[in-house]
Design a protein around this ligand. Structure first.
Ligand code: MG
Length: 193
């Protein structure tokens, strides 16, 4: 039987960037540059989404990451759903590709915004971590991660985003629009009424 352990990504999954038409990062990148630039919205990776020198992108990221991690708003429904599942006996492990140097900041943000969790793991190799941590269902928004995690026979709930629509159908991946749907799929998968 599937473990009652949920792997949950942070950025794009429990963070709400919807008030910015093309994303919070894009908004701040334009501010940083002092002009509006084009972003390819179908691409997740910031270095590939712009026709701009990597050095400039690095300068931007270096100057803004802590501020952005601090100012991000949570998806309101996300903490409610996770709290509900936590009380139903699920273990919640946040698994993020954010650099380990932001661990303390990330932890504070999660707590301040009312997210229950048992563990916070920083790693870019989410497929490996999902196996090691015995994750039953993984909630993710990045197509490459979703694909690799599902290849390892871990079920993935994929939050629908422009940048992950190219991902082909996979029996282990459930595409959803919001946290209400996430809740319903998890209740279904675990036969909880
Ligand atoms: Mg993400």
């Amino acid at each position: 039987m599937k473990s009652k352990i949920l792997g949950v990504d942070i950025d794009g999954v429990v963070t709400d960037e919807s008030e910015y038409e093309k994303g919070l990062w894009h908004y701040h990148f334009c501010q940083f540059l002092g002009r509006n630039v084009e972003r390819n919205e179908n691409i997740y990776n910031i270095y590939e989404a712009y026709d701009i020198d990597n050095d400039i992108i690095n300068d931007f990221l270096g100057s803004i990451i802590p501020d952005i991690y601090h100012m991000l708003e949570p998806v309101k429904m996300a903490s409610k759903v996770l709290d509900f599942l936590y009380k139903k006996g699920f273990t919640i492990k946040f698994i993020t590709a954010r650099s380990e140097e932001y661990k303390r900041q990330t932890q504070s943000w999660l707590m301040e915004n009312g997210f229950p969790f048992d563990k916070l793991i920083h790693s870019e190799e989410k497929d490996i971590i999902a196996k090691e941590e015995n994750v039953g269902v993984f909630i993710e928004d990045y197509a490459d991660n979703a694909y690799k995690i599902a290849e390892n026979r871990v079920e993935v709930i994929l939050l629908d985003k422009k940048y992950n629509r190219h991902l082909e159908h996979n029996d282990n991946i459930y595409r959803v629009k919001n946290w209400d749907q996430i809740k319903n799929i998890i209740l279904d998968l675990y036969n909880i009424t």
